[in-house]
Design a protein around this ligand. Structure first.
Ligand SMILES: Nc1ncnc2c1ncn2[C@@H]1O[C@H](COP(=O)(O)OP(=O)(O)OP(=O)(O)O)[C@@H](O)[C@H]1O
Length: 606
């Protein structure tokens, strides 16, 4: 099993902690509360149906001690009609129980799932960095299903069956206390066994559900990365990984089945043994006229009617346990802390004043799961990007350029130091406001299963067609016009496949459509051919003229878009200046640029 929750971080528990099944299940109550009357009605219907079934043995006693022992066939009519009515009543009320709950339960499931999705959207990137997507997927699907099923069956039947069991035992004591004592003796070992089983089963259930999540992660990764897997001929090894994971899950499921089978054997076996003893004693009692044959029949029928409540106990306990585990897994996500400012109301006057541009002051950063013995990735970055200026950010691979740009829209929060936009600390802005001000285009352009228009207008939902057109023009994404339905063509996973360069241009259009005050571009032209790159650069210059921008650059052509260049070395800004100044003054910059130049040349020669 991969460790969905990583121990080092506080928003994910290291290992499933020992927990109380009841306490876990109680957490579903806020969701179940709106349908409490349906739950109550359904429980009442099941109770009436079960009690109708429990009355049948008493009618049998009347039949045996009356018409049967008196050989009076005529007197059989009414008891027979009563038996039929009780049978039909039992069936009818069980039907009502099912019918009452179906719709309300699907509402509970929908609400819980919607809340989970909303939470996932609000949780910080650090959370998503450490949780495999399959784990989240299985929480949103199979765990939700388990919880719904718990509310539909085990919850209702744990209440109904326990009540029916107690009433049935009461009837048995009323019929014959000696036989009843013999019948209830197995209850003591049964209770002890159930508590032992509960502990073992709960650990196995948790393991199985986590392994299910891991399996979902493998499926998801192989589907998303199918091209890479095929290109590198790795589909067999991936299939082997899947088989290994599936085998582990199978082992855990078999262990669960074994535990359940053992419990079931005892739950069924012990009462049968007790019943056999009661039957033997009952026959002796009837032979000595201590009790009537009708009473013995009624006693045995009641004992047999209680078989289902007792036998179902194992299944109900097992299922309740799985539901408790599913609830724990659900709330692990719901309880994960949101980023600080998410919960903070936006302060009044939520708008930076002045024209100070972007300032990084002593900014330090390390990823929460970075090994303890490694130095901070950013070790005190000081950088001032003047208002209206475009600053290129260069540095070796892995030096932290992307990370530094991710701090601006607060995808991650700086460990210390501060970042200001026109003089306002970004932590004092609401995230919504911050993300209106700062627009980003990442190196990996992600498109969603939606139309081109929807994908681009994510950057400014209220923008009109004219602005959309302008953004597409700026990003040299006019290929959109030639798509089957123009900007309304579906793209992304469920739609038309676009080339890397086309996707990158749409991502760029998304970043510029809202004419943002601050623009962050992470190597925005890396997937473009030389000709398109020149066209995009030309249009981009116009956009950059009106905004304050930080552009991660790997190629000299991208560096040329900028007014000045900052060089990131060992977590600090080692040099700032124009491209030509740095070429003259900074040997490391010269090396970096000549490296990039030669690799660019190699690339274009290839
Ligand atoms: N989400 C993450 N969690 C932990 N470590 C990360 C994460 N993202 C990046 N890193 C690490 O941080 C370091 C810097 O990564 P970053 O992507 O910022 O570098 P970069 O300068 O943009 O590199 P490149 O030029 O190759 O794009 C790398 O060592 C990387 O392994």
């Amino acid at each position: 099993m991969t460790e969905p929750p990583t121990p080092a971080h506080d928003d994910t528990p290291a290992q499933p902690k020992p927990r109380s099944t009841v306490r876990s299940l109680l957490r579903i109550w806020p969701y179940a509360r709106p349908i409490r009357w349906y739950l109550l009605g359904s429980t009442a219907a099941a109770m009436v149906g079960s009690l109708a079934g429990l009355l049948i043995p008493l009618v049998l006693r009347q039949i045996v001690d009356g018409p049967v022992s008196h050989h009076d066939a005529g007197a059989l009519w009414w008891p027979a009609v009563l038996l039929l009515a009780l049978g039909l009543g039992e069936a009818l009320f069980f039907g009502i129980r099912r019918w009452m709950l179906a719709r309300p339960l699907s509402t509970v499931e929908r609400t819980m799932r919607a809340d989970l999705y909303a939470r996932l959207q609000r949780l910080p990137v650090t959370f998503h960095d450490r949780w495999p997507s399959g784990q989240l997927l299985s929480r949103a699907t199979s765990d939700m299903f388990t919880i719904r099923l718990f509310l539909a069956f085990p919850l209702v039947f744990l209440i109904v069956n326990s009540t029916v069991f107690l009433i049935g035992i009461g009837i048995m004591f009323a019929l014959d206390w000696q036989l009843a004592v013999i019948s209830v003796v197995p209850a003591v070992p049964l209770i002890m066994l159930c508590s032992y089983f509960e502990r073992r089963y709960s650990a196995a259930a948790r393991l199985a559900q986590d392994q299910n999540g891991d399996l979902a992660t493998i499926v998801e990764e192989s589907v998303l990365g199918i091209r890479i897997l095929k290109a590198f001929g790795r589909h067999r090894s991936m299939a082997q990984r899947f088989r290994d994971q599936a085998r582990e899950l199978r082992g855990t499921e078999l262990n669960k089945a074994r535990l359940l089978a053992n419990l079931w054997a005892v739950i069924v076996g012990l009462p049968e043994l007790a019943l056999a003893c009661a039957l033997a004693l009952g026959v002796v009692q009837v032979a000595h006229d201590v009790t009537t044959a009708g009473t013995l029949v009624a006693f045995l029928s009641t004992a047999l009617a209680l078989r289902w409540p007792v036998e179902s106990l194992g299944w109900l306990l097992a299922y309740s346990n799985e539901a408790a585990t599913a609830t724990d897994r659900y709330f692990e996500v719901m309880d994960a802390p949101l980023a600080d400012a998410e919960d903070r109301p936006a302060p009044a006057g939520d708008r930076p004043e002045g024209h100070d541009g972007i300032r990084f002051e002593g900014v330090r950063f390390r990823y929460p799961d970075a090994p303890g013995d490694t130095p901070d990735l950013l070790q005190g970055v000081d950088l001032h990007i003047r208002s209206g200026e475009t600053m290129a950010l260069v540095g070796n691979t892995g030096s932290g350029k992307t990370t530094l740009t991710a701090l601006l829209p607060r995808l991650y929060d700086a460990t210390s130091g501060r970042i200001t936009l026109d003089g306002t600390d970004i932590t004092e802005l609401s995230r919504a406001r911050l993300r209106e001000l700062v627009s980003v285009a990442f190196e990996e352009p992600t498109l969603f299963s939606a139309s081109v228009r929807e994908n681009v207008l994510m950057g400014a939902p209220e923008a009109d067609d004219e602005e959309l057109e302008r953004a597409l023009e700026t990003a040299q994404a006019l290929f959109v016009r030639a798509l089957p339905q123009g900007p309304d063509t579906q793209v992304g996973e469920q739609g038309l496949s676009l080339s890397g360069g086309q996707r990158q241009r749409l991502a760029l259009a998304r970043a510029v459509v809202g004419r943002p005050q601050f623009l962050v571009l992470d190597d925005p032209l890396s997937a473009l051919d030389v000709h398109t790159e020149a066209l995009v650069e030309k249009a981009l210059r116009r956009v950059l003229a009106d905004t304050t921008a930080l552009v991660v650059a790997h190629r000299p052509s991208t560096v040329m878009l900028a007014d000045r260049v900052a060089m990131l070395v060992d977590g600090r800004i080692a040099a700032v200046g124009t491209h030509h100044e740095l070429l003259e003054s900074t040997p490391a910059y010269r090396t970096l640029m000549s490296g990039e130049l030669s690799s660019a040349r190699e690339g274009s020669n290839a």
